[in-house]
Design a protein around this ligand. Structure first.
Ligand code: SAM
Length: 277
């Protein structure tokens, strides 16, 4: 009979955050697949546990994944852990889950610490709808494309970032969404120096130009303001329709009203064209 893969979240700072079920799972499995065994052994020592471990990380997942799968298919149970947080969220755990799923191997996810949910819940920004963007691509073209795709995003956006790249990322976010966009900079969550700064992108750029970013960060950025958007677009549409009634051609009416109301020409053109169709 095939075994099972358990995803066991580990603390993102505060060691008290391991759940009882997480602990029981680590105790009961045949082996642990860890991102870095040196980090996990510290946690196991703290919990008073000893367990055989293998490594599973970004640089060996292509070979380690199939080896772990084979052991599970042979009847063993495995707990996947990362250095911190929930496996498979912005780490190669997602590939192991996909591999197991593709081979019909059961996967059970134990709920627990995740920087994404801790940051979102404390941000003070709308949480009803959000988009998790993880780490922005390093490649300039891909990064630009991802930020462009978020230009109209109305949902709250969550980004992970490393401290040495924080300034560049804040600059890029301010350029993409404007300096007045609110955000929560969530630093060192659950740790001694936990800090949540609620400010604008412009203020965040200034702050971290003056002060070197230290620690781990999640950026929770407000989406495009929905009401302002609706008011502008409604106004622009009404104005374009008015211009059309004077006999102005569709393209020209869309361009003029778009300019007056600061909305996208193409969007307005498409709205008018849909009415004509
Ligand atoms: N799987 C993890 C999770 O569930 O959150 C995330 C792994 S990802 C490789 C690491 C990133 O998570 C960090 O660069 C940082 O953006 C965020 N992070 C992890 N721990 C954090 C903490 N205590 N405070 C703020 N951000 C944290």
């Amino acid at each position: 009979m095939a075994g099972k893969l358990y995803l066991v979240p580990t603390p993102i700072g505060n060691l008290g955050d391991i759940s009882r079920r997480g602990l029981e799972t680590l105790e009961s499995v045949d082996f642990i697949a860890a991102e870095d065994t040196r980090v996990t052994v510290k946690l196991l020592n703290h919990l008073g546990l000893k367990k055989p471990m293998v490594t599973y990380h970004r640089h060996n997942c292509e070979t380690a994944g199939p080896a772990i799968l084979q052991r599970i298919q042979g009847g063993e149970t495995c707990a996947l852990v990362t250095d911190a947080g929930t496996p498979a969220i912005s780490d190669p755990g997602e590939d192991l889950v996909a591999l197991c799923a593709a081979h019909g191997v059961e996967v059970e996810s134990i709920p627990g610490p995740c920087a994404l949910t801790v940051a979102l819940s404390v941000s003070g920004l709308p949480t009803g709808r959000f988009t998790f963007e993880g780490f922005l691509p390093l490649n300039k073209k891909n990064r630009r494309a991802q930020l462009d795709s978020l230009a109209e995003e109305a949902r709250t956006m969550v980004f992970y970032e490393a401290p040495h790249k924080l300034r560049t990322t804040l600059d890029d976010l301010a350029a993409a969404f404007g300096p007045d966009r609110p955000l929560a900079v969530c630093r060192e969550l659950t740790k001694l120096h936990e800090e949540v700064l609620r400010l604008t992108l412009g203020e965040a750029v200034e702050r971290f130009t003056a002060q070197e970013p230290r620690g781990e960060f999640v950026l929770v950025v407000a989406g495009r303001p929905a009401q302002a958007e609706a008011a502008d677009e409604d106004g622009a549409l009404a104005r374009a329709e008015e211009l059309r009634r004077t006999g102005m051609p569709l393209k020209q009416a869309a361009a003029q009203a778009a300019e007056e109301f600061g909305v996208k020409k193409r969007w307005l053109y498409n709205q008018l064209a849909a009415q004509d169709a």
